[in-house]
Design a protein around this ligand. Structure first.
Ligand code: TXA
Ligand code: MG
Length: 340
């Protein structure tokens, strides 16, 4: 095992985690090491947000460019004051309405926050996760926890501890995994910038934009087309959340079945994600039948991508979801996954 640190795993109840195990994970964080933990969106790879060396370990473990800022997780809105320098009325209203939950607020950072957390930006993303294990961990550590999704850079985000273990497996990663069951939201948080004149969504996610409008009125949504050269939010790489298979969005089920049959006949390994099981299934097609409702689809999306990716497919055909706004976050992730 020369040079290899085994990945350790602690299994806890998702609703009522054992305080002794949480204390062990909290001590690991306080010691400057990494802990992967469940949130309601995806698993995070956490480190003490105030410890520059610990932050460097996150970037190294993920193979992530240091130009890509990290979200800081806190136990409640009052703890956000440890990392943000201002707290406008809009933040108060949003925290009241949606925290704990899948919403990240981008606000001016406090000077004592290591620059590496925000990748040098003057603002920091902060959120209060809803998962009882995440909240217990933050409280026990009594620290703001910086945590990106616990996947290798450009990989599919993890919604289970198994996804995390497989993603870092075989690498020299010193990571303690807290296994608190599957993430229920399944898509990353919605990232909202409150430092601009009109609050602006930088990343679509688990909290629908319509819900933000109910509280704020006007909300802008950054239109980030895959391939955009300059990125206002550095984490918005055009290819992201990507499986190893070549993913193609197909307008409907019939076209998908025909295309799958053609690729299979040519000897390729083919998988598909559809919203209705086709009447006649081509032999050899690996199929994931997805929910017909956007929140449930989002909750299953990464697990389906992980499962299909294990099959080492050449092609992954995905039936495009409906075009309405309720599906916007799912569309966003699928388009990024489809970008070669
Ligand atoms: O649901 C989530 O947000 C998960 C869980 C673990 O909380 N975290 C997550 O982190 O998705 P990550 O690092 O995979 O994506 C965070 C993204 C960045 O890539 C960037 O687009 C945006 O959030 N972001 C973070 N801090 C920012 C900042 N200071 N300014 C602008 N965008 C920021
Ligand atoms: Mg990520």
């Amino acid at each position: 095992m020369h040079g290899m640190s085994p990945i350790r795993r602690l299994t806890v109840s998702p609703v009522d985690p054992d305080p002794a195990l949480i204390a062990e994970a909290a001590a690991t964080l306080r010691g400057g090491r990494l802990v992967a933990f469940p949130t309601e969106t995806v698993y995070g790879l956490g480190a003490n947000a105030l410890d520059e060396a610990a932050i460097a370990r996150i970037y190294a473990a993920k193979g992530r460019p240091e130009s890509n800022p990290l979200i800081v997780h806190v136990a409640d809105a009052s703890m956000a004051a440890r990392v943000v320098a201002s707290w406008p009325a809009s933040a108060e209203a949003l925290a009241e309405a949606f925290w704990p939950g899948p919403l990240t607020l981008v606000l001016p950072r406090r000077p004592e926050l290591p620059l590496a957390v925000t990748a040098g930006l003057p603002a920091v993303g902060v959120r209060v996760p809803a998962h009882p294990v995440a909240r217990a961990l933050i409280r026990a550590a009594d620290l703001p926890i910086a945590a990106p999704s616990a996947n290798m850079y450009m990989g599919v985000s993890p919604t289970t501890a198994d996804h995390v273990a497989k993603g870092f497996g075989g690498r020299d990663a010193d990571v303690l995994i807290l296994d608190g069951g599957p993430a229920t939201v399944g898509l990353e948080s919605t990232v909202l910038d409150l430092t601009c004149p009109v609050p602006t969504v930088l990343r679509l996610g688990g909290l629908p934009v319509a819900r933000l409008r109910e509280v704020l009125g006007e909300v802008a949504v950054l239109a980030i087309e895959p391939g955009t050269a300059s990125l206002p939010s550095p984490g918005l790489a055009r290819r992201h959340y990507a499986p190893r298979a070549r993913l193609v969005l197909v307008p409907d089920g019939d076209i998908l079945v025909a295309e799958a049959a053609r690729l299979l006949a040519a000897g390729a390994r083919v998988g598909a994600m559809v919203r209705h099981a086709p009447m006649a299934l081509p032999v050899g097609l690996a199929l994931e039948v997805m929910p017909g409702e956007p929140a449930a689809y989002g909750a299953k999306l990464y697990a389906a991508l992980h499962a299909l990716d294990e099959l080492r497919l050449d092609h992954l055909l995905v039936e495009a979801p409906p075009a309405d706004e309720a599906w916007a976050a799912v569309h966003d992730r699928l388009r990024r996954a489809a970008t070669p």
